[in-house]
Design a protein around this ligand. Sequence first.
Ligand SMILES: C[S@@+](CC[C@H](N)C(=O)[O-])C[C@H]1O[C@@H](n2cnc3c(N)ncnc32)[C@H](O)[C@@H]1O
Length: 235
Amino acid sequence: MTIKIIRWAKRSLLRIGIHRALPARKLAKLSYTAYLSKWIRQNRPAFSTFPFNGFDSSLRYKLYDHLMATENLDDAIDYFEFGVAAGQSFKWWESKITHVDAVFHGFDTFTGLPENWGHFKKGDMSSNNEKPSINGTRHHWHQGLFQATLPLFLKDYSGDKRKIIHLDADLFSSTLFVLTSLSPYLKSGDIIMFDEFNVPLDEFKAFKVWVDSYYVEYEVLGEVNNYYQTAIKIK
Ligand SMILES: C[S@@+](CC[C@H](N)C(=O)[O-])C[C@H]1O[C@@H](n2cnc3c(N)ncnc32)[C@H](O)[C@@H]1O
């Protein structure tokens, strides 16, 4: 009987066009904010500023420093950054990890966001087709949509080395694409950093969908700015 009622209710809601009566995106945002709030209560790392009044952009470097000091990262790691723009964070990591066999991969269109994001428009955050200027030969640029460049890169990638994956692409689509693409290559000890983790329908939703779909086991290494910047380690 119950299943019949559920089916009837679903059929009726679809038939009347429930989207005309309910603000689907607003409800989804509220719902993912509730998931995020629950997740935060379940994941309180020792390195944390939560709850934090305001936003301090310098705090993300304190989180990076903490990871450098506690995770032995000055090693022959593979560093990936998805969303490089003018290279602020990329340059930080390239300068702090001095090991000669460390390799740094920067992925970006370098012509800005591929779709609108909040009050940002498609094409915003462009670095005018310019890649950041960095000395040395340890870094590689992969210009274009992740959806085009990452599959090509992965064809010849073994994934044997320890990885730092920095996700700073803002968008749900971009973040989910990268996480699912890199899933088969992840190993225990790999670190994933998010730059806008607490945006409910973008990085957080991508993270939740990915973790739930791939049964990912992880620990949270730290967070700043009310979980805006959050780092996890694969178990
Ligand atoms: C917030 S900016 C990166 C900021 C940079 N990490 C820093 O610290 O200065 C986001 C970047 O993500 C890039 N991006 C987002 N989605 C992308 C996609 N699917 N493919 C390629 N680039 C993408 C945009 O072009 C933009 O440059």
